[in-house]
Design a protein around this ligand. Sequence first.
Ligand SMILES: C[S@@+](CC[C@H](N)C(=O)[O-])C[C@H]1O[C@@H](n2cnc3c(N)ncnc32)[C@H](O)[C@@H]1O
Length: 250
Amino acid sequence: MSPPKSIQASPHILSLLNDLHSKSQSQERTLSMYTFWAIKLFTAFFSISSWTKSDDDYMRDKFIALEPEKCEFIYLLARSTGARNIVEAGTSFGVSTIYLALAAGQNVASLPRSEPGNSKPWAKVIATEKEASKAEKARQHWRIAGDDVEPWISLLEGDLLETLPRELEGAGEIDLLLLDIWIPLALPTLQLVKPRLRRGALVITDMTGIAKTAYADLLGYLHDPANGFRTMTTPFSGGLEVSVYLQDLE
Ligand SMILES: C[S@@+](CC[C@H](N)C(=O)[O-])C[C@H]1O[C@@H](n2cnc3c(N)ncnc32)[C@H](O)[C@@H]1O
């Protein structure tokens, strides 16, 4: 496979990403995964969708990584906006986090050199994963990725509705929020992070096209001008919501 033209990364990282995406995609293309998602979408259509403990059990060994082209697009958005303070809701085995950390680290490197005595510019990708075994795997992947990735990530292990509020207290303004989490958690997470979003911050949500019904609460919130977002479902596979926080639209 030829290396993507979008990503600035060492051959070692590109090869790691290639390997992780291949593993994720081979899990996705099984009958059992198709059936799982078909049932979820069907039940959501009748407004009876919920996420159960047995769904968590089923997903514990699954990557469910964002597709490479979505990750590359998000990386480019992060580079173009100079994002250095990023929240990732839903980390799993840490694949999308690698792209976010690459972008955040490169955004730091492209800042003008700071004067001696001034504090060093920084970046932080706040990753969140509630499954301990997944968090451990993610850490291993970032270690393998090395210094262009690992130093920029701070992983919160546990339920993000409990771990994030504390972390956000000390965080500056958030430039980018990636919502790649179980659907019922998307709106509560956005509402948690929203007071910290900077004007012009990006909120990116996966699968809002195919799972429009299940995302009715989130989409309703994003579409209400009182909440300050402009938003579009971009035509990636399943739909990828790209929303910009503009604060006051009226
Ligand atoms: C779709 S996966 C994330 C995939 C990842 N963004 C990637 O592209 O590689 C969603 C993850 O969110 C995690 N998760 C679900 N509920 C959570 C919660 N309340 N707090 C933290 N993580 C949670 C799941 O365990 C799962 O690994």
